[in-house]
Design a protein around this ligand. Structure first.
Ligand SMILES: NC(=O)c1ccc[n+]([C@@H]2O[C@H](COP(=O)([O-])OP(=O)(O)OC[C@H]3O[C@@H](n4cnc5c(N)ncnc54)[C@H](OP(=O)(O)O)[C@@H]3O)[C@@H](O)[C@H]2O)c1
Length: 387
């Protein structure tokens, strides 16, 4: 029987709700997972329903102004501690009863909770890739306490466990290629929001879905892998693999390859992160190898310009990745608000990164300053001046 006491940040999101579903599955299988703290953003109704079901000791909401309304919703069935904002997230990740922090926040807001959880000697099951993208150099020394939830990194984490670093020639992350893998390039400027939100193989939150269409998400994942596995960028490759059956590969120095395959269900890497180092049965659908096709292609520069721009930002390091993340967050939101075209996400990123004056080995303050500058810049680029 496995016992864990969990703080779940981002409980109302795609990863957050699936984490709670996995916890229920594990309960039914006889394991003891107690939810000590739940934290969410704006979805008070769903958070209240989760609190009723899981009875955590601490509940955190993003905005102080929502405390009263949430308090009223919870009063009939719950009487724990209710906090807001950064103070609340700090209390959740350092709570003395918590041994595992699941960070499923989206965006730069995830960095400080990751750092604080690691500082408090908690194990961190990390979905929030932005923590490593913008603050990898601050996290690097405690990476042994991180269990990745991102499916590609979970795959690599499982593959490299049994290997010595000297055996690894390179790792390969796979990308589905998103919904526009075969769309004629001359029609990219007409891509609609609905089309961009139709991911072919995964169901995810809105930002990561758009980031998967531009492949910015994959560039972030390369940066994430660089810090998680302490690998130079030359040893991390990406291949388009439309079926998303293989999530990660390791090429060994003798030329042989190890691959990790499964169906596309985030419950699998979430469950592995929750039960690690144990592996327990799951209800996830099995891969039918007889029907499975496996195709691969390189990442095209014309089709996925944002991937190459953000990858370069990762290679340059310093504050460049923080700028890429913040600018992308704003540009994606502006695309979702119908303010800019899909192609202007990549153009905007290129413009903003070219203008940026970087700081190497930045402190937290310098990261936030770069983040603030990039957001402001991305917010002000007028639709016809994005290029
Ligand atoms: N979804 C996937 O399949 C997937 C796969 C791999 C990696 N990831 C990574 O996992 C992370 C989460 O992705 P997602 O798709 O689950 O995102 P999502 O569906 O947008 O969920 C984000 C969660 O964070 C909460 N939140 C946002 N800002 C907050 C703040 N300041 N304080 C407290 N809560 C806050 C949201 O609350 P409200 O909804 O209540 O506002 C929501 O619960 C991202 O870094 C993503 O790249 C996701």
């Amino acid at each position: 029987m496995i016992t864990r006491r969990i703080a779940l940040l981002g409980s109302t999101g795609s990863i957050g709700t699936q984490t709670l579903a996995v916890i229920e599955d594990l309960h039914r299988a006889g394991h003891r997972f107690s939810v000590i703290a739940l934290a969410a953003g704006k979805n008070l109704e769903l958070l209240a329903a989760q609190v009723q079901r899981f009875q955590p000791k601490l509940v955190v909401i993003e905005q102080t102004r929502d405390l009263n309304r949430l308090g009223r919703l919870l009063r009939p069935y719950w009487s724990g501690e209710l906090l807001a904002g950064g103070e609340g997230l700090h209390a959740a990740v350092t709570h003395p009863d918590v041994d595992l922090v699941v960070n499923a926040l989206v965006g730069a807001a995830g960095l400080i909770p990751t750092l604080e959880a690691l500082r408090a000697n908690k194990i961190v099951a990390l979905a929030n890739k932005e923590s490593l993208v913008i603050g990898g150099h601050l996290i690097k020394s405690s990476r042994v306490s991180i269990i990745p939830i991102d499916s590609e990194h979970s795959a690599l984490f499982q593959l490299v466990r049994s290997l010595r670093p000297s055996e690894i020639e390179r790792v390969i992350l796979t990308a589905s290629g998103g919904p526009f893998r075969t769309r004629p390039l001359d029609s990219f400027a007409q891509i609609t929001i609905d089309e961009a939100l139709q991911h072919p193989t995964w169901r995810m939150g809105k930002r990561i879905t758009i980031d998967s269409a531009t492949l910015v998400n994959k560039a972030f994942e390369v940066i994430e892998a660089h810090w998680l596995f302490d690998l130079p960028y030359e040893k991390i490759s990406v291949l388009i693999h439309p079926q998303s059956a293989i999530h990660g590969l390791v090429e060994l120095t003798d030329g042989s390859l190890l691959a990790h395959l499964s169906t596309t269900d985030m419950k699998l890497p979430i469950q592995y992160a929750l039960t690690y180092p144990e592996r327990v049965p799951s209800s996830v659908e099995r891969l039918d190898l007889v029907k499975q096709r496996l195709e691969f292609a390189p990442v095209g520069r014309e089709r996925y310009p944002a991937f190459w721009t953000v990858l370069e930002a990762g290679r340059r390091g310093g504050t460049y990745p923080a700028v890429a993340n913040a600018a992308d967050e704003v540009l994606v939101q502006r695309f979702l608000n119908n303010e800019i075209a899909f192609t202007q996400i990549a153009q905007g990123l290129e413009t903003i990164l070219a203008e940026h004056q970087p700081v190497q080995n930045p402190s937290l303050e310098e990261i936030w300053e770069a983040d603030r500058w990039a957001r402001e810049r991305a917010g002000k680029l007028s639709p016809n001046r994005v290029r």
